[in-house]
Design a protein around this ligand. Structure first.
Ligand code: SF4
Length: 142
């Protein structure tokens, strides 16, 4: 039996967690994501946090104003993002991996400069935080 996960992530939220810099869809959304990313993944020992990959709304989606049950008001675009990220990171449904392993997967499979394609259609990419975080990861700074 795999270890019980601490968090659930849909595939594209692995990269979102890497790039998060306090932006989001509402105050409640941002506070929840900060609890997940800043207080857990980026806290001491965060690389050991276990994540289960799921194909629907996850722990980041929870308080999102765009969530409708297990779906999203932007479902078609989100499905495209999830498919692209699952393929790039070779994530399988119900896969369990640590945050440290997820970052190693990003380092191995998502080169700097690739987000324009991988994250096409995401409103947050234009802020540049995700590319900066990706470059830092590749430089061994995270
Ligand atoms: S926009 Fe959709 S996929 Fe993104 S966090 Fe909100 S509910 Fe989840």
């Amino acid at each position: 039996m795999p270890e019980a996960p601490d968090l659930t992530f849909r595939p594209h939220h692995v990269l979102c967690a890497l790039g998060f810099q306090g932006n989001g869809y509402s105050d409640r959304f941002t506070a929840n994501m900060a609890r997940i990313v800043d207080n857990r993944l980026r806290a001491p020992g965060g690389d050991a946090v276990m994540i289960r990959i799921i194909g629907e709304t996850d722990d980041i989606c929870g308080p999102c104003p765009k969530r409708r049950g297990r779906l999203c008001t932007s479902q078609a675009r989100i499905d495209r993002l999830d498919r692209a990220h699952a393929a790039a990171l070779r994530l399988k449904p119900d896969e369990h991996l640590s945050w440290g392993a997820a970052k190693a997967r990003i380092r191995a499979r998502v080169p700097p400069g690739s987000l324009a394609t991988l994250c096409a259609g995401c409103q947050w990419r234009e802020l540049g935080f995700c590319e900066t975080a990706l470059q830092r990861l590749h430089a061994g700074m995270d």
